[in-house]
Design a protein around this ligand. Sequence first.
Ligand code: SF4
Ligand code: SF4
Length: 203
Amino acid sequence: MKYLRFTCIRCGNCCTDKNTLINLTYLDILRIKNGLDFDLNELLNILGFYTFDKPLTSEDKKRMTITPMETERKLAFIGLLKNSLGACYFYNSKDKRCLIYSLRPMFCRTFPFSFESLKNENDDTINAIDIFYTEKGKEYCPGIGNEAPLIEEDYWIELGRRTLEELKKNQKIIEQWNNSVKNGKITPTVKKFLLIISKITNY
Ligand code: SF4
Ligand code: SF4
């Protein structure tokens, strides 16, 4: 038991920090697309594509919780678009609130926590989920101070379990996509990727 503390005081730091990328899995994208009834062009308008300054090493890739995908602009993360000040497209700064709260991505639901599967030594099956503060959370989330209440661990562990499952599904889809690009089977346009995932109905 770690006795983690947290309550969101709605300061908006995680929605407005210019160095925080609001990562999206394909499942986040589908929930937003279907929840807002967006067509592909409307969807493209709310997405940001974040490329890398230098080629990634295999160590860099191992550290990433979301696998970057091949796009027409090379390898990139897909995230929610941000304005020039760094605020998320869906952040209403006047009211300090999220305009898509019930559809917000897993990144936002789980902030300021991250999770890791703890596996049995013998058979590689998962026996527990570890939960810890993210580095960004420790950097700027005032909701994790000593005054905050202890978290309801069961709720967060269940959320962590779902998040890790979604990340695994996402990794599989992105790896399939990246391999198809590598093998010359598809041209990596983001629109094509969105078209392919839009056809997934059993998510
Ligand atoms: S930074 Fe922390 S306290 Fe502020 S809005 Fe985000 S989760 Fe809530
Ligand atoms: S989707 Fe909502 S909760 Fe997530 S960063 Fe944007 S405004 Fe904040």
